[in-house]
Design a binder for this molecule. Structure first.
Ligand SMILES: C[S@@+](CC[C@H](N)C(=O)[O-])C[C@H]1O[C@@H](n2cnc3c(N)ncnc32)[C@H](O)[C@@H]1O
Length: 198
């Protein structure tokens, strides 16, 4: 099994095993991302690259009436997360797709979040612009990326991923940018918050 590829795009039986591993390993980080989103009742929140679906469950249980959408290109993860979120089927909608082509109208979401996923988005600039498009004016973007998070063709996000990501966020038009490295059980994680300008 090519582990890097399975973390980047989990597929088949191997992908299900990696998904189960991520559900345990990354749970604390994913829940921290959801806390940073701070969802409010009746908001509409999108998670991109949800993997096994821990974040979708955390979102659905975080605020009454919250509408949750998820996009992930892995059919294996869409199936796994669908099983995990079955009890919230009236409020959680899952889509197979990538950050570069989101199947939603402009200004749909109050917040968009992603954990260990933005480093995989290709092309990144267009994907960040696409996320901005589906955020409402004033809407929040929350990202978290482990320093060791896998890249699509091997290697990891690395210790300078903040310097790599910031210019793309600025060029896409995000405001109120905050990027901070924090310690985590799995090594350092980069926390990013930003907003769509009003
Ligand atoms: C390393 S896993 C992280 C899963 C989960 N968020 C976590 O932290 O445990 C990366 C996820 O991003 C998804 N992904 C890969 N390329 C993507 C893209 N271009 N747009 C959106 N999601 C992508 C993968 O299918 C996978 O589910």
């Amino acid at each position: 099994m090519d582990l890097t590829r399975q973390f980047a795009l989990p597929q088949g039986l191997g992908g299900r095993v990696i998904g189960a591993l991520m559900a345990v390993m990354n749970a604390a980080q994913v829940k921290e991302t959801v806390r940073a989103v701070a969802p409010k009742a009746d908001e509409h929140v999108l998670e991109i690259g949800f993997g096994p679906g821990i974040g979708l469950v955390a979102l659905a249980t975080s605020a009454p009436g919250l509408q949750v959408a998820g996009v992930d290109p892995s059919a294996t993860m869409v199936a796994a997360a669908g099983r995990r979120t079955r009890r919230f089927a009236d409020r959680v909608q899952l889509h197979e797709g990538t950050a570069a082509a989101l199947p939603f109208p402009d200004a749909t979401f109050d917040a968009v979040c992603a954990t260990n996923s933005v480093q995989l988005w290709r092309p990144r600039a267009e994907s960040l612009a696409e996320v901005l498009r589906v955020l409402k004016p004033g809407g929040r973007l929350v990202l978290s990326i482990l320093e060791r998070a896998v890249l699509p063709d091997g290697g990891s996000a690395g210790p300078h991923f903040d310097e790599d990501l910031r210019p793309d966020l600025e060029a896409a038009g995000y405001a109120d940018l905050q990027l901070h490295w924090r310690p985590s059980k799995l090594g350092r994680a980069l926390s990013v918050t930003a907003t769509r300008p009003l």
